[in-house]
Design a protein. Sequence first.
Length: 750
Amino acid sequence: KDIQKETVDYQENFDGSLEEPSVLPAAYPNLLVNGSDGIAVGMATKIPPHNIGEAIDAVTAYIADPDITIDGLMAHLPAPDFPTGGTIYGYQGVKDAYHTGRGRVIMRAKMHEEEIRPGRLALVVTEIPYQVNKSTLIEKIALLAREKRLDGISDMRDESDRDGMRIVIELRKDAIPDIVKNHLYKLSQLQQTFGVNMVALVAGRPRLLNLKECIGYYVEHRHDVVVRRTQFELRKAKERAHILEGLTIALDHLDAVIAIIRGSADTDAARVNLIAGVFPSKLTTQQLERLGLPTDGEPMFGLSEAQADAVLALRLSRLSGLERAKIEAEYAEVLAEIARLEGILDSRSERMAIIVSELTDVRERFADPRRTVIDYHGGGDFIMEDMIDDEQVVVTISHQGLVKRTSLVEYRTQGRGGVGSRGAGTRDEDYVEQLFSCSNHDYLLFFTDSGKCFWLRVFEIPEGTRTGKGRSIRNLIQIDVDDRVRAVLGIKKADFENEEFLEDNYVLMATRNGLVNKTSLEAFSRPRSNGIIAIAIDTGDQLLDARKTNGDSHVMLACSGGRSIRFHEQDVRATGRGTRGVRGMTLLDGETLVGMIVMEGHDEDRDVLTISANGYGKRTKLGEYRAQSRGGKGIITMNTTTKTGALVALKAATDEHDLMIVTSNGTIIRMDASSISTLGRNTQGVRLISLRAGDAIADVTPLIVEDVEEGNEAAETELAPGIVAEHVAMDEADTVAGEAIEDVAPDEEA
């Protein structure tokens, strides 16, 4: 608009044959509204499109208050508005782009769940990200599904028509829509990143602009357009006024003008005579007197060349009185217009008001509602746990360090005394050493033989079948070649972020040689990829177990000789991370600790489960174990013989538990804890599992279950006490502070 009114400069085109405008006098902020995308020599620009109404609102807000902040402008222009709609996922990238000129705007397709037929769900895509080709998108999703990189999709079709886009992604019956949706965002063009790079030419030089600068330069440009347009219109008005003045003079001296024109030889002579205001010499004195014209050669009037041309072009019809009145009225209007234009040039505020008025007119004519939705609570990056179903899983770790996670539903409950099913495939001379239950979203703290602690998420452990071999844990955490994982704590996210919880809870660790160490969870709250020192281990000793305590727990230790000791955790003074600890139980020659139980409160009805290497086990009430002082030899908990073998496990269990019993060759049996007899502590127990020749029990894990309302299935509702569902992490310091072992007070009954 107004490009013909000399509002912009012109320059030669590429070959100098034509002239072209250096910039267009846009009546709205085109650079923001339509955006820009291009690459030049050593530089590039990528400006997203915006809603025209919001962009104009931001410009008028800037004109009203040039000191407005970028955040103030964002109240009017909150984010880009893409013509294809979709959703802007997360707001930080938009803020970065508007404040610095660079930022990452995450664009997502609009997608919703729909029941296309009874019992069958589908994801329906109605809008896709800006600059994404629909056909290419559909081909990409189909390829991902065929390659099994995208699971849960049974069919896909394009139902788009004249009424709008509709891509139907049909899901399998067992698929979880939210997880499939997140995988689609992760792997396909249903989520795209628009890398904003607001580079524009300012006075011929490229500059990186923030939002305020971009709007400011547009206002300056628009102001220059208004000034130059007003100057052009003023010049034209003055030229028209000049012509009207000449016509008025001619009409006032109509007879003389006619005489000059009739007396002139041709048009050029008439123009010269009109400019001079004299009459042709061929007119005699008598003719001049008869016409009432001066005879002494004095000019009656003088016209400019433009005025003379206008007079010569005057039609005879305009010599009437009515036409003369029109000329006089037009002359008055032109004089008023000249005054108005001069007033505009004299007042910047009036020029700004004109800019606002013209922008408002454009807004009223062309503005439409925003198409792109802003998800202020979204994130720029994918959260991996959004891709993973938060289901209960079984994590197994073999003797050679192979780890995997398997859905808990793959294990079935069997009766006591059964042979069991093959649960974890192992390599030659390998066997399952640890097995525990947790959920995919839990955090894991791995404690190794050497006393180091490592941090991992459950879903980061590769998923495998019940008979799969798993993956080396050394590929997941950076443990030393001669080190092995000994204990694992499952930690929930809510607790991990709760500082009060971390300060009020502890990690209690026990070693094979009978030492115990208690350290605040807060000391483990800052994880490191290469691990941290949790406890100082003496030469020839190893870490046995690590559990969470609340500061008021009872601790029970058991050794391979069949003895156990129970004491209050307050007998163990809390120390810093990396200390050696104090004596928990006195061991005889050849004995080692085989288990540790941490029980909350003083529930004497809780059962203590003891299991021997040859498959014998029993439950004994906690009340049969009296509290003692830390450091004694303890009392008998199982009467071990050659038939039973040495004691290998000490666990806490109730009738609500199922037991997962793992043998050294990888056989797993799941059985009800309620089927195990409750016997006195000084007994051998009953046979729990029939072992194959050369096999022995390697690990036992209790699982809490509850009945489902329909059917006889069982659903796991929480972790077993042996796997503490608390959040911890790791510290940064690796300093080791030694502590002397206290005197041992032997127990007379042992």
